[in-house]
Design a protein around this ligand. Structure first.
Ligand code: NAP
Length: 242
C-alpha cells in the first residue's frame, strides 16, 4: 500500500490536504503535536472521504521522537511505504527582530527546517527504491518576499524553498518530485488575531484564501499529471505577490 503522510494534519491547511489526498485514494497518516481532538476530527473526515486513516503523533522538531514514530510505523506496515509526504507543520511567532528572544527564532526555524530534515530524510530511501514519490513543502509568501515582523518565519520559509530546489535535483531521476507551495493569507487558526478587513485590501482578490484552495493545488502536484513539475515554488495568494 502507498500512503500519504501530512505533518500538521490536525487543523487548517493540513486537514484540508488530508481530505483531498483521501479523495484521491491515499490512505492518510495524520501527524500532529498537541491537539488530539482535532486530529481525531480530521481522521473522521478522511474516513468520510472513503479512505482509511491513521493518527501519528510526534513533534517534527524533535529528532528522536520523529525517528521512533516513523520506525514504529514502518515496523507495523511491512511492505507498505509512504509515497506522498506533505511537510506542512508550522507555527508563527511574530516579533520585530530587535525584540525577538532566541526561543522565538529557534522554535519557528526548528519546526520548519529541522522538521523537514527529520521527516524527509528517512522517507526518501523507500521513495527512491520504489522510483516513485512526491514531496510537497508548505512555504509562504514570506519566504519569497520577506515580511516585516516575521524575520524568523521568513528565514524558515526561505530556507525550505532553497531546500526544495536542491533536493529536487538530487532525486528527479528516480521519479520523486519535490515542490513548495507558497500561500498568502489563508483562513486558518494561524491568521487568528490578524485584521482581516484591513489586510484584504492589500490583496488583489480582496479576500483571504481557503484551506481547500491550497489543498487543491497540493492535490495537483501529487497527481501523475504533475510528474514533470519539480524544484518549483507555486504561489497561491490572490495576487498578493507575483
Ligand atoms: P494551523 O491551522 O495553525 O495548523 C498548524 C498545524 O501544524 C497543526 O496541525 C499543528 O498541530 C501542527 N504543528 C505545529 N507544530 C508542530 C510540530 N512541532 N510537530 C508536528 N505538528 C505541528 O496552521 P495553517 O495555517 O494550517 O498552516 C499550515 C502550514 O501552512 C504552515 O507551515 C504555515 O506556515 C503555512 N502557511 C499558512 C498560511 C496561512 O495564512 N494560514 C500562509 C502561508 C503559509 P496541533 O493541532 O497538534 O497543534
Amino acid at each position: 500500500m502507498k500512503y500519504a503522510l501530512v505533518t500538521g494534519g490536525s487543523r487548517g491547511i493540513g486537514r484540508a490536504v488530508c481530505i483531498k489526498l483521501a479523495g484521491m485514494g491515499y490512505p492518510v497518516i495524520i501527524n500532529y503535536v498537541n491537539n488530539t481532538a482535532e486530529a481525531e476530527k480530521t481522521l473522521q473526515l478522511v474516513q468520510q472521504a472513503g479512505q482509511t486513516g491513521e493518527i501519528l503523533k510526534f513533534d517534527v522538531s524533535n529528532g528522536q521522537e520523529t525517528r521512533e514514530a516513523l520506525e514504529a510505523w514502518e515496523k507495523s506496515h511491512p511492505g507498505d511505504y509512504i509515497e506522498v509526504l506533505v511537510n506542512n507543520a508550522g507555527i508563527r511567532r511574530d516579533n520585530v527582530m530587535a525584540f525577538m528572544p532566541e526561543e522565538e527564532w529557534n522554535n519557528v526555524l526548528d519546526i520548519t527546517l529541522k522538521g523537514f530534515y527529520y521527516v524527509t530524510q528517512p522517507l526518501l530511501q523507500p521513495m527512491l527504491a520504489h522510483k516513485s514519490g512526491r514531496i510537497i513543502n508548505m512555504a509562504s509568501v514570506s519566504g519569497l518576499k520577506g515580511t516585516l515582523g516575521q524575520t524568523n518565519y521568513s528565514a524558515a520559509k526561505g530556507g525550505i524553498i532553497a531546500a526544495t530546489k536542491a533536493l529536487a535535483q538530487e532525486v528527479a531521476r528516480k521519479n520523486v518530485t519535490v515542490n513548495a507551495v507558497a500561500p498568502g493569507y489563508i483562513l486558518t487558526d494561524m491568521v487568528e488575531g490578524l485584521d482581516e478587513a484591513k489586510l484584504k485590501k492589500t490583496i488583489p482578490a480582496n479576500r483571504f484564501g481557503t484551506p481547500g484552495e491550497v489543498a487543491a493545488l497540493v492535490g495537483f502536484l501529487v497527481s501523475s499529471e504533475a510528474a514533470y513539475i519539480t524544484g518549483n515554488v507555486i504561489s497561491i495568494n490572490g495576487g498578493l505577490y507575483t
